[in-house]
Design a protein around this ligand. Structure first.
Ligand code: 4AZ
Length: 510
């Protein structure tokens, strides 16, 4: 764009102000007019941008004025023009000041949002995902994800093999032998509480363990394929495999039922998201609010004294990867500050896909164990292959928006939902082909009751055998409470191997 010197009369820009020529073009103008560069004829000399002229002049006459002819002005016009000019100058100054202030404020906010000193960062699963731009250091040093984070027992790009399975039915224990390449059902004969502690520790749990005998009359044929018995008393350094020997069958036809946490029991069974109601104290004691720089961003649930399970999508924004800015608020139904716990590590599933929301699961390890109480207790992780009834006693909870586009709820809310089969949820009437096996849908055909923004990462739980099991993690959905657009949840049952693998390997990271 070229610039050329030109004389532009103010009347060109405000044509309505043009008056009759009175020959008295020398009438004096106030000093500020002269200072402003307005000559006695009410015209101003300046460099003009051609494009600006095109915008501000529309008629042929105006175009002529722009092209350099002088315009006669009356004294009154000059006075009013000067006032106009003075006002426009003041306005110009104000707008410049406002623009500068707004720009400075924006830069400041952007810096605060995106820049944070390099501290510990959440790591995706795989070393190959940790590049130079993602400082996954531990303890503030500048190392990238250490090699030990590589999944040792990943059998393919998409599969983990948990060393232990706690099977559907009564948490029947099976142990994987890497040498044999298969799972063994563990016989109850010779089983001692110390064996339970070792298994639970290896799974990443540290507190309560409960083992009991369970008859091996399971309908699941994989339970009856291979058996192992304990062969020795184990030392503190033993791992699960080292104290087991294969046998043809279990001597007493009994396996081991193992529970690693006292989970899924609300303190007092007394007895409320979109279409829900407020929850009472202690009803969902595993529910936590995950705060980033003090602000509620996502929900989560306690699965053991140091672990919280949530959704991967809560952490993948670059600024949300900084572990030190997150806090876990637990033990309260109020969104107001509750007991807060700092976070040591955040892991999200390396296969998480932000386009499809597949594999939307993450784990947070708190810096210190959380002290269990009436209002702070763990939920049960589902058992391997555990199935839940579509019309079972299933609930969602959270502080998320109470309506689509609405506000966070100041108190925890709850709502009962039905599980919806993936076959139906994948149909063209719902989410055609968008529901993977790592997802499940819950809600109602006509909507109304649903999770919403801010509930993400929180639990979908179902009650079975007197315990509350976490079946899903609030993940995504089209809007909130819309007909045929139910909430979509991470299907936790099929991601247990990843969860146990993560719990386990965290303890071996240097
Ligand atoms: C969200 O944005 C979100 N209706 C969570 C749940 C649902 C929709 C959106 C499901 O976090």
């Amino acid at each position: 764009m070229t610039k050329k010197p030109s004389r532009v009369c103010l009347f060109d820009i405000f044509p309505g102000a043009q008056g009759e020529e009175d020959g008295n073009s020398s009438t004096s103008l106030p000093e500020y007019c002269l200072e402003a560069g307005i000559s006695g004829d009410g015209c101003i000399s300046q460099v003009v941008d051609e494009a600006a002229i095109i915008i501000s002049t529309v008629t042929d006459q105006q175009n002529q004025n722009v092209s350099g002819s002088e315009t006669p002005c009356s004294p009154d016009d000059r006075e009013s023009l000067c006032s106009l000019h003075h006002i426009s100058k003041i306005l110009l100054h104000i707008s410049v000041i406002v623009t500068i202030a707004a720009t400075a404020l924006s830069i400041c906010l952007l810096l605060q949002y995106f820049y944070h000193p390099a501290v510990q960062q959440a790591c995706p699963d795989f070393l190959e995902n940790c590049d130079q731009s993602l400082n996954c250091s531990l303890g503030g040093s500048a190392n990238l994800c250490p090699p030990s984070r590589l999944p040792s027992n990943r059998t393919s790009a998409t599969e983990y093999r948990s060393p232990v399975l706690l099977l559907t039915g009564r948490s029947l224990l099976q142990v994987y032998s890497a040498n044999a390449g298969k799972y063994y059902t563990v016989c109850h004969q010779g089983w001692m509480p110390t064996h339970g502690w070792t298994v639970c520790r290896e799974l990443g749990f540290d507190s309560h363990t409960l083992s009991s005998p369970v008859p091996l009359t399971a309908t699941d044929p994989t339970v009856l394929e291979a058996f192992a018995v304990v062969n020795k008393t184990i030392g503190s350094s033993s791992n699960i495999e080292s104290f087991l020997s294969p046998v043809v069958t279990c001597p007493t036809q009994e396996g081991v039922s193992l529970q690693c946490t006292d989970c899924g029991r609300p303190a007092g069974e007394s007895h409320r998201i979109v279409g829900g109601s407020p929850a009472t104290w202690g009803r969902w004691p595993w529910q936590v609010s995950l705060r980033w720089d003090g602000r509620h961003v996502c929900g989560g649930s306690i699965i053991s004294s140091q672990w919280v399970i949530s959704a991967a999508h809560c952490f993948v924004l670059s600024s949300f990867l900084t572990v030190g800015r997150w806090k876990v608020h637990a033990g309260s139904v109020s969104l107001n500050p509750a007991t807060s716990h700092s976070v040591r590590n955040i892991y999200y599933n390396g296969q998480y896909n932000s386009e499809t929301n597949d594999y939307d699961v993450a784990l947070l390890k708190t810096s210190q164990p959380m002290r269990f109480s009436e209002t702070l207790r763990p939920v049960c992780l589902p058992r391997t292959r555990q199935q839940f009834q579509t019309t079972g006693n299933c609930w969602i909870s959270g502080w998320g928006h109470v309506s689509e586009g609405g506000q966070l709820s100041p108190v925890l809310r709850e709502a009962k939902v039905h599980l919806i089969s993936s076959h139906i949820c994948n149909q063209s009437s719902h989410y055609p082909g968008m529901i993977s096996s790592r997802m499940l849908c819950a809600g109602y055909p006509d909507g109304k009751v649903d999770s919403c923004q801010g509930d993400s990462g929180g639990p979908l739980v179902c009650q079975e055998d007197g315990l509350w099991w976490q079946v899903g993690i609030v993940s995504w959905g089209e809007g909130c409470g819309r007909p045929n657009r139910p909430g979509v949840y991470t299907n936790l049952t099929v991601l247990l191997d990843w969860v146990y693998h993560r719990l386990q390997t965290d303890s071996v990271i240097p």
